[in-house]
Design a protein. Structure first.
Length: 361
């Protein structure tokens, strides 16, 4: 059956609008850009005509528009850049989008704020996915100004903080099915992957591993917004059994996760999703995660891992992790968190938006 607004012989035309911080896909870290890439590829595979608005250093295998490089690329080339550069990158991307709006049935934005004004009368035929928390003052002011902007939450936990007028649905993230292979027999260590920040609490992961008598390998970037945290709270805990390996790309991440007995995810903030949890599950690696934000939606207790409240419960979960079947963990990933499932869910939202009565421009 053709989508509303198209004929049987037309393909749905969708713009995917990425942020300007990292290329698409990212070289190592950049969860938003990874999701935008995998969604774009999966939608194209399903027959959607995709145009990706993304930095010029992107290498995604879909048609792309974007004349300026990512912030990451500019910082590598010039070192420190003016604080206004992210705004420049976004406004140029919005101009590139504005001049092409009539080419698309749906515009799906994954950036910050400017797109809501650019879309104007097209907001009803747009979708916004916010990859960050939505309960802080900036978002509250934003939503109050744009109650007609449809927003797809990435978890029920995030959706609960959205105004009812903006809620368009919930779509959990997904990743390409074959990027992270199953390993049925892991090594003897635990893993932590994430920004080195007090939101992610790598120091707690080290303490749990030490109490369990297990080595731990930690990967991720030092948070540019809080660099002293790593020096004060993490570095003093590093040792031969608690090794920090720095940022990792897909290949290194897959190797690290697949070889781990479990992923420790000791978050201390309302995590809107937590992509590394499903990356671990793709490897068959159970997740031990703190009960914050989206965690209870992602981790199935006693199946794909354990949801805990504190370090004592995490220590007990480490002792029980051998009870879980890594092939069953992988099977649950395939059932719930592939990019094809994510694309199908977003297609359902696109159909709903296109079928809804649209106010005159």
């Amino acid at each position: 059956m053709p989508l509303a607004g198209t004929t049987r012989h037309e393909r749905l035309r969708v713009a995917q609008v990425a942020p300007g911080i990292f290329p698409v896909p990212p070289a190592d870290h950049g969860g938003t850009e990874r999701v935008v890439h995998d969604l774009s590829v999966a939608l194209r595979r399903s027959g959607v005509e995709i145009t990706l608005f993304a930095p010029s250093d992107s290498v995604a295998e879909v048609p792309r528009v974007g004349s300026l490089p990512s912030l990451h690329s500019l910082e590598r080339k010039y070192g420190q850049v003016p604080a206004s550069i992210p705004s420049v990158l976004e406004v140029v991307r919005m101009e590139e989008l504005r001049t092409r709006l009539d080419q698309f049935d749906i515009v799906h934005c994954h950036g910050e704020f400017f797109h809501a004004a650019i879309l104007a009368g097209r907001r009803a035929r747009s979708l916004t996915t916010i990859h960050w928390r939505v309960d802080e003052l900036d978002r509250k002011l934003f939503f109050s100004a744009f109650p007609d902007l449809p927003v797809a939450a990435i978890s029920a936990a995030q959706s609960a903080d959205l105004p009812a007028a903006n809620r368009a649905g919930i779509v959990h993230h997904g990743i390409e099915k074959d990027r992270f292979p199953l390993r049925a027999e892991p090594g003897a260590y635990l893993a932590f992957i994430g920004r080195m920040t007090d939101q992610k609490r790598p120091d707690v992961a080290i303490r749990v591993a030490r109490a369990a008598g297990r080595p731990i390998r930690l990967a991720g970037t030092v948070d540019v917004g809080n660099p002293l945290y790593f020096e004060r709270e993490v570095r003093p805990l590093l040792s031969e059994t608690a090794r920090y390996v720095g940022p990792v790309g897909d290949r290194e991440k897959a190797e690290l996760l697949a070889g781990a007995q479990a992923l420790l995810f000791p978050i201390d903030w309302p995590e809107p999703f937590g992509l590394v949890m499903i990356e671990a599950m793709a490897c068959g690696t159970p997740v031990i995660a703190w009960n914050r934000g989206s965690v209870p939606e992602i981790v199935e207790e006693g199946v794909t891992g354990f949801v805990v409240e504190n370090e004592a419960q995490a220590l007990e979960a480490v002792r029980r992790v051998g009870e879980l079947d890594r092939r069953a963990v992988r099977a649950r990933f395939e059932a719930r968190f592939t990019s094809d499932r994510m694309a199908a869910d977003y297609l359902a939202l696109y159909r709903r938006l296109l079928a809804a009565p649209c106010a005159p421009r």
